[in-house]
Design a binder for this molecule. Structure first.
Ligand code: IPE
Ligand code: IPE
Ligand code: MG
Length: 249
């Protein structure tokens, strides 16, 4: 009787101390598929479903920003058929998202160089950004052909151009001013970065923005990640002591 009671009374996160911005490295799709003797693309399809669920849950519980790593600048090193399948899944996802936009009301942005993608994908991306910009509540950023180093080099390039044209800060460049040149210009840094699949690295994700992010690693593979796993992660986040180089408050 006692143990039953204990089981039911699960620890929960505190609603008034949620991370404002959660970022996720959606990793482990290939291994999830391999464990089921399925092709890697089946893992990516399952991963896309997980993204849908997790994004909806973030919106429901009141997370303001969710940034997900969907395809890195290094993922072009994969076989062409896998890259093609990922891009097809993305197209399918964006078609559906556009169809359900007025119901879901999620603001969507893309971080990364999307100019090299197919015209179909580029059109879907610009339509999605344009049509969803009126929504408030949750903003989902999809990192596509994104690399943290690439983002920094572009920021430096664009700053140099603006400087030469006289439209950038002409005195000393500050961290704050340089942040304006990142894809994440208008939003706060991620409070919390989650990486499933057991790897403990950032793999070129949000190098500038992750300076003081809390990191969370779990062995769960991305297609198996769900609302309960996010609850667990948020509880762990709330147990952290964020000091930013100062002393415990
Ligand atoms: C993440 O899953 C998806 C992308 C990188 C596009 P992986 O495809 O990297 O899955 P694993 O790491 O091989 O299991
Ligand atoms: C990171 O996963 C990129 C995405 C999840 C999109 P990878 O599978 O590409 O990372 P590595 O190769 O294990 O570092
Ligand atoms: Mg991987």
């Amino acid at each position: 009787m006692f143990s039953l009671f204990r089981k039911r009374k699960q620890q929960a996160w505190e609603p008034d101390r949620l991370p404002r911005h959660i970022a996720i490295i959606m990793d482990g799709n290939g291994r999830w598929a391999a464990r089921r003797a399925l092709p890697r693309t089946a893992g990516h399809a399952a991963g896309a479903e997980t993204f849908r669920r997790v994004a909806t849950y973030c919106k429901d519980i009141g997370i303001e920003y969710l940034t997900v790593y969907a395809f890195s600048t290094e993922n072009w090193n994969r076989p062409d058929d896998e890259i093609g399948a990922i891009m097809q899944l993305l197209e399918k996802y964006l078609h559906e998202a556009l169809g359900k936009m007025e119901r879901d009301k999620v603001k969507m942005k893309f971080f990364g160089d999307v100019t090299i993608l197919t015209p179909e994908l580029r059109k879907l991306i610009s339509d999605t950004e344009e049509l969803s910009k009126k929504f408030e509540g949750v903003q989902v950023n999809i990192c596509l052909n994104y690399g943290g180093r690439d983002e920094l080099v572009r920021a430096a390039e664009n700053y140099a151009k603006d400087f030469a044209a006289g439209v950038a800060p002409q005195e000393k460049l500050t961290e704050r001013a340089f942040s304006r040149y990142m894809y994440s210009a208008d939003i706060p840094d991620p409070d919390f970065i989650i990486r499933p699949s057991g790897e403990m690295r950032l793999s070129n994700f949000l190098l500038w923005q992750s300076a003081y992010s809390e990191l969370y690693f779990t062995d769960v593979l991305w297609p198996d990640f769900n609302e309960r796993e996010l609850d667990r992660a948020i509880i762990a986040f709330q147990e952290r002591d964020r000091r930013y180089g100062g002393l415990k408050t």
